[in-house]
Write a protein that binds this ligand. Structure first.
Ligand SMILES: *Cc1c(COP(=O)(O)O)cnc(C)c1O
Length: 431
């Protein structure tokens, strides 16, 4: 046991024979049942692989849901976090730290944000969207637009922006004023902005450039561009939730910077989290330009941990490695490789792919994603059955072509009968 081993100085019971079954039973006896029982109990990771309590290895094609950008236990990230913690690990927001300041500058730079832009730091994507929601309220206008299929988080405010009824209904009443527009429907978008732009009552439009939870569903460039025109005309905020799509995931720092997706639009607000800290919790709100940056004034928002130096150091190190190792180009190349391998596979189950870079939705011929994900797990691959007919992949940005080939070989070995129409009564998957 070395000095960095978490078991070296703790009174918690991390020992014992520790089989997966035993850990799972302890989990169920102690952890609240919001997620269901864990599929596996994971004990360590390295690069794109993780190992479970029974010693089995998995290729992590989900990356902690688009979080572990540099894979697991990346030496540079580990060293940066450790060095920062050993220098100054936390200060209140009555004080600043060089890492926090440098990270804010770095984010403004990679967002190509104009003069006057500012960053607010949070600890998660939900909190970043919560801050953006409060910015929208500060416009003084009542209406907030979001899209059907959206996912923006689970706090009361972020949930109010999230369309899925099953998530919302048990917690109503939620903060009001939010309207959901049918996904990608330009007419509905125009209708929502009907009326005199001068007296517009629309505060903001919230959008994910690619809806992750809805099955990796990109909005079109023309939709984003029209949305930008309308919001600008009406003086409403265009708020892009890039919590899942941001920080290199799509092969560009931010998804809306991809010509095929955003086509050069400049948003008013972008929210970030997930991959930002490479696995360390941190979120951020980037407010573009003087107006949006001034919506939350002194005392109008805050957080104890937001922008803490350790999280900031993790994000700086993650950004640094992405740059140093040319990972944006690699994400594009390896993502293209995956798409072309899947396009040429003759397997009847695979009908197509969606997404950009290493945010990939694989559309299946039948609603068997849960079955496929469970077979994948048994074969040593972690994927996410994001909808009944789609798998989501959001692997570490360090993923290699060889690792892609291993997964494609697994898919090609699946029984062709899985593609046959299923009796709906047999379905166990939830949307
Ligand atoms: C995951 C996610 C969130 C919520 O982020 P948390 O860090 O889980 O709070 C919000 N928006 C999008 C698009 C996400 O993918």
């Amino acid at each position: 046991m070395n000095a960095l081993d978490p078991r070296s100085d703790t009174t918690a019971d991390l020992t014992g024979p520790g089989s997966g079954a035993e850990w799972t039973s302890r989990y169920s006896g102690a952890v609240m049942d919001t997620f269901g029982p864990p599929q596996r109990v994971l004990v360590r990771g390295e690069g794109a692989y993780v190992w479970d309590a029974d010693g089995r290895r998995y290729l992590d094609l989900l990356g902690g849901i688009a979080v572990n950008s540099l894979g697991h236990a990346h030496p540079t990230l580990t060293a940066a976090i450790s060095a920062q913690l050993g220098t100054i690990g936390h200060v209140s927001n009555f004080f600043g730290t060089p890492t926090q300041i440098a990270l804010a500058e770095r984010l403004l730079e990679l967002a190509a944000a104009p003069e006057g832009s500012r960053v607010f730091f949070s600890n998660s994507g939900t909190e970043a969207n919560e801050a953006a929601f409060k910015m929208a309220r500060r416009t003084g206008r009542p209406r907030i637009l979001a899209l059907e299929g959206s996912f923006h988080g689970r706090s009361m405010g972020a949930l109010a922006l999230t369309s899925k009824a099953a998530y919302r209904e048990p917690f109503e009443p939620l903060p009001g004023g939010v309207e959901f527009l049918p996904f990608g429907d330009l007419d509905a978008l125009e209708a929502a902005f009907a009326g005199d732009p001068v007296t517009s009552d629309v505060a903001a439009l919230f959008l994910e450039p690619i809806q992750g939870e809805a099955g990796v569903r990109p909005v079109s460039a023309s939709y984003l561009q029209r949305a930008r025109e309308l919001t600008r005309e009406h003086g409403a905020l265009m708020i892009l939730d890039e919590v899942q799509t941001g920080m290199g995931r799509t092969g560009s720092w931010l998804a809306h910077q991809l010509p095929q997706l955003g086509g050069g639009i400049v948003p008013d607000v972008v929210t970030l989290a997930k991959g930002l800290g490479g696995g360390f919790p941190i979120g951020a709100v980037v407010a573009y330009g003087h107006g949006p940056a001034a919506l939350l004034g002194r005392g109008q928002h805050g957080t104890t941990f937001g922008g803490n130096p350790v999280a900031s150091a993790a994000a700086l190190a993650t950004i640094g490695v992405i740059e140093r190792d040319g990972l944006l180009a690699s994400v594009t190349a390896v993502g293209d490789h995956l798409r072309s391998r899947l396009a040429e596979t003759g397997h009847p189950l695979v009908v197509g792919t969606r997404g950009e870079g290493l945010l990939v939705g694989i559309e299946l011929a039948a609603p068997v994603s849960a079955d496929v994900a469970s077979r994948a797990l048994d074969a040593g691959f972690i994927v996410n059955p994001v909808t009944p007919t789609a798998l989501r992949l959001a692997p570490p940005l360090i993923l290699t072509r060889e690792q892609v080939d291993d997964f494609v070989a697994f898919l090609e070995g699946l029984p062709a009968e899985l593609a046959l129409p299923t009796d709906p009564a047999d379905l166990t998957t939830e949307a």
